[in-house]
Design a protein around this ligand. Structure first.
Ligand code: NAD
Length: 313
């Protein structure tokens, strides 16, 4: 399969490209290296340092002759989206429009988009399903939701199949300590340096933590899926990519402490305003439609993450 991966030099993209190339695909990465790293770029991948909002995008996508485009490049930081919502909108909404238009022009048959649990905002019901109301609490969530709409607007009339994969809190090797879902990376990088991590609030707040290999597998399966992902229907072509399990930040910190063999303290601080109290997403639809489900147990994923952060020390 010929695949173009935007954001392929990032945390999730780096692992995805390794998996695609390992499976025999030819991959072209498009990334401006704003948060990604050249160290994450697979040597067998084509690499183009291009901004998805810039003039070189259409040519770079066309040069990859993609059957599938996986669009991961994004402004990923929630705090940045609050400070500079215009930048967030430009990269996440207009960048997605440009990628979708370039995919159509290049003759791609499918586009996969990295959306986010942030589109749901503070959940009114748990677990969140694709039919739950969307009510983003931060500009990043708004831009991801708007991007889903842009894909439908551009790709449906062109007859290009697409899916918006709403990732829960992804963690694993290569993740930077900043950014969305970065709590595991923050804790692990501090523990690796023998510095105490800080839990904000009681630590009873829950998240749906998913190991990066499971997310990568979802993208690989969706990319190669024989059927149609953009099924007509009320919920649109959106799929939660999650474990369906709620894990408290306290449980996470203790699991990581074991995995990192960290003997030190864990600090406590006041809860941060706006933090969602509980989050868990049902992954049932992705399993039903394209046969994916998360298989990595939390402690196994934390072990793999700990090994990587320990090496970076
Ligand atoms: N990590 C998570 O928990 C999580 C959760 C939900 C959704 N997502 C989404 O998954 C995708 C990948 O996120 P990640 O965690 O790997 O973050 P990341 O920052 O490691 O990856 C993003 C990549 O996109 C590149 N990029 C950013 N702006 C660009 C631009 N204008 N042009 C070209 N390249 C650009 C960056 O250099 C980086 O390599 C993003 O779309 C993110 O919103 C991540």
């Amino acid at each position: 399969m010929q695949v173009v991966v935007t954001g392929g030099a990032g945390f999730i993209g780096g692992s995805l490209v390794h998996a695609l190339i390992g499976g025999g695909s030819e991959v072209t990465i498009i990334d401006d290296l704003s948060t990604g790293s050249i160290d994450n770029v697979h040597p067998a991948a084509g690499f183009r340092r291009v901004d998805v909002t810039g003039p070189g995008l259409a040519g770079a996508v066309a040069a990859g002759r993609p059957e599938v485009v996986v669009h991961l490049a994004a402004q990923v930081s929630v705090p940045v989206s609050i400070v500079d919502p215009e930048l967030d909108r430009r990269v996440n909404v207009e960048g997605t429009r440009a990628v979708a238009e370039a995919a159509v022009a290049a003759g791609a048959r499918r586009v996969l988009f990295a959306s986010s649990a942030a589109v749901y905002g503070d959940p009114a019901e748990l677990p969140l399903t694709e039919e739950s109301p969307t009510s983003p609490a931060v500009p990043y969530g708004h831009s991801k939701l708007a991007a889903e709409g842009v894909l439908a607007e551009v790709l449906r009339p062109a007859g290009v199949d697409f899916a918006c994969l709403r990732f829960a809190n992804v963690y694993g090797p290569r993740q930077k300590a900043e950014g969305e879902g970065g709590v595991v990376a923050q804790f692990a990088s501090r523990m690796a340096r023998h510095e105490s991590p800080t839990i904000y609030g009681t630590g009873a707040q829950t998240r749906d933590f998913i190991f990066v290999a499971d997310v990568v597998n979802a993208c690989v399966l969706a990319a190669g899926f024989d059927g149609v992902l953009a099924l007509p229907g009320a919920t649109g072509p959106v799929y939660n990519i999650s474990t369906g399990r709620a894990t408290s930040v306290n449980t996470l910190a203790e699991g990581l402490r074991v995995a990192m063999r960290y003997p030190g303290a864990i600090d406590r601080a006041d809860a941060r305003p706006g933090d969602v109290e509980e989050s868990v997403l049902s992954p049932e639809k992705a399993e039903r439609v394209f046969g994916w489900r998360a298989v990595v147990e939390l402690q196994t994923g934390l072990g793999g993450t700990a090994a990587w952060f320990t090496q970076q020390r």
